[in-house]
Every structure is written in C-alpha cells, then in structure tokens.
Write a protein that binds this ligand. Structure first.
Ligand SMILES: Nc1ncnc2c1ncn2[C@@H]1O[C@H](COP(=O)(O)OP(=O)(O)OP(=O)(O)O)[C@@H](O)[C@H]1O
Length: 133
C-alpha cells in the first residue's frame, strides 16, 4: 500500500463526505478512459492513474487504482482497504476519497499525495522567502 503523509484536508475549506461511491462513468471521465499517459504508478492491485474527479461541487486531484484481472488481489483486499481506510478517516491520515464497484470493476480513489506534497513544498519555499526579507 502507498503510505500517505498527513494531508492538507485540515487546512482546506473542503470537507470530504464519508467514503463516496463513484459510478464507472465518473471514473472513465476522470481518467479520460484510462489513458495510459495518466498512469502514475503500478502496484499489486494494478495501474494507478492520475485523474480529476468531481466530488459535489469540488474538483479533486486524485490517484485512481483499478483492480486488474491479472492481479493476485481481489474483492477481499478491495473491501478490506475501504473498511480500514474509512475507519481511519477521522485521523486525517488517510487518503481514500471513495471507490467504484460496478460489475467486475473494483476501483479505489485516493487523494493525489504527490500534488499535495508539491503544494506543501512550494508553501514552505514561499515562507522561507518571506522570512529572508
Ligand atoms: N494516493 C496516491 N497519490 C499519488 N500516487 C500514488 C497514490 N497511491 C499510489 N500512488 C502511486 O502508485 C504506485 C503504486 O501504488 P500502490 O499502492 O498500488 O502499490 P504498492 O505501494 O506497491 O502497494 P500494494 O502492492 O501493496 O498494493 C505508488 O508507488 C505511487 O507511485
């Protein structure tokens, strides 16, 4: 599992609803039909895509993990991940936004941690810049 750092939810005005269920069409839209150019990683579950997904009125930068048929992981791991991360949400340590389970599709949607880290680094850079003046 990708280990997230504590993320920017606390400082953001966006308050995520509890683990959301997405339709497959929403996931397809977010990943431009699982465009290979949007693949940002690959793990035991399958490919991880960068995508922009709509949550209410907010657009979120997400990491979208799609279970591949060749994976040795399956429904057990999929539901275990949702249950475990949903229970941990209150600690703000966890990056799960939601999931999609339509037909055979099992897809997990996380915050894109790399984007947040980049934003945090940029903020720290700006703070240092202001301090030096
Ligand atoms: N929330 C995320 N934000 C940004 N990139 C991610 C995120 N989750 C996964 N990734 C990217 O996808 C890659 C694979 O992640 P994934 O969690 O599927 O594999 P893993 O860490 O090998 O875990 P496992 O094999 O146990 O499922 C990571 O190395 C990372 O590059």
């Amino acid at each position: 599992m990708f280990l997230p750092t504590s993320h920017a939810v606390e400082s953001s005005s966006y308050s995520p609803p509890p683990c959301q269920q997405f339709t497959f069409s929403q996931i397809e839209l977010a990943t431009r039909g699982f465009d290979e150019s949007l693949v940002i990683g690959r793990g035991g579950f399958g490919r991880v895509y960068r995508g922009t997904i709509t949550s209410g009125a907010t657009l979120l930068d997400a990491a979208i993990k799609r279970l591949e048929s060749t994976s040795n992981q399956g429904a057990v791991e999929f539901w275990a991940e949702i249950e475990m991360l949903s229970n941990l949400r209150h600690s703000h340590l966890v990056s799960l936004i939601g999931y999609c389970n339509e037909g055979k599709e099992m897809i997990l949607v996380y915050w894109n941690e790399f984007i947040e880290r980049e934003a945090e680094s940029f903020l720290l850079f700006l703070i240092e810049l202001v301090k030096d003046k």
